[in-house]
Design a protein around this ligand. Structure first.
Ligand code: 4AD
Ligand code: MG
Length: 434
């Protein structure tokens, strides 16, 4: 028996037609007409039709294939022939066919509701759509890593079990930690800050946790967070890193995932716009003016929610930054603008087409007293942040950083309408199984 060949090779390789191949995979669809079973088999690379003729392989097998459930695992060998009526234009005429793992009454038949599908997520994850999205996510993760490695940033491994909040106490997940309470990390930022004093430019890719109370299209309780921090960088330096990183990731996806984007019916023109940097920058003040000009009821000082962001994204055909937010709506660690201390030197990167925030970052307060005041102002106990304050006691330097929500970026790049499909096993309120 020949070696196993991937289905995409059988469909695409030159010189393979007329030859004999062996494939293995799962039954995607099947029908029996006359004495022939037409079995569509999928593997991780594609779907191909396999023809099983009773005259060759026996009536017993064809009968069994008539009743077999979708998703049974199979092995098949046979000659590859051109077949314009088969998907992909080729099929395998089987001279060998084996059912490896039976499947009876596969519980997803099409048309089920979302809660049912989420209960069956461990099986639904095999769907073509989710598979294609995961392939794009693979490229996003790979390209993110590549970007940092190629540009001389150190990868580090911050803790997930932590003692205090970075992004607000309201979304902390407590966990029993021996005889104490710990919290699942919301962001690696404070630890990355500690690491810049030796490594200068650091990044990490970790899970972050947010106990978001409401279910939205863009919030998960557990998400993948690509974060970076660098000594000596001011806000504008870090924004350049962000736009380069995002355009690099989009470029890699366009190079490697056209097949996936086509399947997902993604209009790639807007992705192409994102290749070109710099991205537009507007200040929070301008954002408020734009919104008010469009009749949105919002006042200076209000935070921008998903609805406001959606309106703003209509003004741009590529990702764009919003900068200089009122300090009250941003975290304690952000440095204040020396020209207008009502403002924090924070920036968000918003994806166009209604998607909104994918990156949040800032320049950090490097002054000990100012940072302590901000911690108190925001209602935290500076004693919980003594170690973090130490970083300002021993050789403090200007520095900046950011966090990119991987699923947010995947959501925009793939053009999907809900963040749950950008992660195989989504976690949000009311959902922990499977
Ligand atoms: O804007 P955030 O809260 O910023 C931070 O955590 C900073 N400490 C990061 C840093 O400077 N190192 O979160 C960063 C990004 C957001 O822009 C968003 O893309 C994503 O993380 N994010 C979420 N993604 C999915 N579900 C959630 N609940 C998210 N919350 C934030
Ligand atoms: Mg944010």
């Amino acid at each position: 028996m020949s070696e196993w060949v991937s289905i995409s090779r059988v469909l695409k390789a030159e010189g393979i037609v007329g030859g004999r191949v062996c494939i293995r995979g799962w039954i995607y669809r099947r029908s029996v007409v006359g004495g022939k079973a037409f079995v569509r088999v999928r593997d991780s690379t594609g779907v191909i039709q396999v023809v099983v003729d009773k005259n060759r392989l026996g009536t017993g097998l064809v009968k069994r294939l008539k009743d077999i459930g979708l998703e049974a695992s199979v092995k098949a060998c046979g000659v590859v022939v051109e077949q314009p009526r088969a998907p992909g234009g080729r099929e395998v005429v089987a001279d060998y066919f084996e059912i490896v793992g039976d499947s009876r009454d596969f519980p997803i038949k099409g048309g089920e509701g979302i809660d049912y599908l989420l209960d069956k997520r461990h099986l639904w994850i095999r769907s073509r759509r989710l598979t294609e999205i995961m392939k794009v996510k693979h490229t996003v993760l790979k390209a993110g890593r590549e970007y940092f490695i190629r540009n001389g940033w150190w990868e580090v491994t911050p803790p997930i079990l932590t003692a205090s909040a970075v992004e607000g106490g309201a979304t902390l997940f407590p966990v029993k930690y021996f005889d104490k309470t710990a919290y699942l990390s919301q962001s690696a930022q404070l630890y990355l800050e500690a690491l810049i004093y030796s490594l200068e430019k650091v990044w990490s890719l970790t899970t972050s946790f947010r106990a978001e109370k409401s279910r939205t299209r863009r919030h998960l309780a557990e998400y993948w967070h690509l974060e970076a921090e660098a000594a000596w960088y001011h806000m504008e330096d870090m924004m350049r890193v962000v736009e380069e990183l995002v355009s690099y990731i989009v470029r890699r996806v366009l190079e490697e995932n056209m097949e996936q984007l086509e399947f997902l019916k993604r209009d790639t023109r807007i992705l192409e716009n994102a290749l070109e940097t710099p991205y537009p920058r507007i200040r929070y003040d301008e954002a408020i003016e734009i919104l008010q000009g469009k009749g949105v009821s919002i006042e200076w000082g209000d935070d921008l929610g998903a609805d406001e962001e959606r309106v703003l994204t209509m003004e741009f055909d590529k990702p764009f930054f919003i900068t200089h937010f009122p300090k009250e709506i941003k975290s304690f660690y952000m440095k204040l603008d020396k020209d207008d201390p009502r403002l924090a030197l924070g920036f968000d990167l918003l994806a166009p087409e209604g998607y909104g925030e994918v990156v949040g970052g800032s320049e950090r307060e490097e002054d000990l007293e100012k940072l302590r005041d901000r911690i108190i102002e925001q209602g935290y106990d500076p004693r919980d942040y003594e170690w973090y304050l130490d970083l300002r006691r021993y050789g403090s330097v200007p520095h900046s950083g950011f966090g990119l929500g991987v699923e947010r970026l995947v959501m925009w790049i793939t053009g999907i309408d809900h963040i749950r499909d950008a992660i195989p096993f989504p976690r949000f309120r009311g959902r922990i199984y499977p």
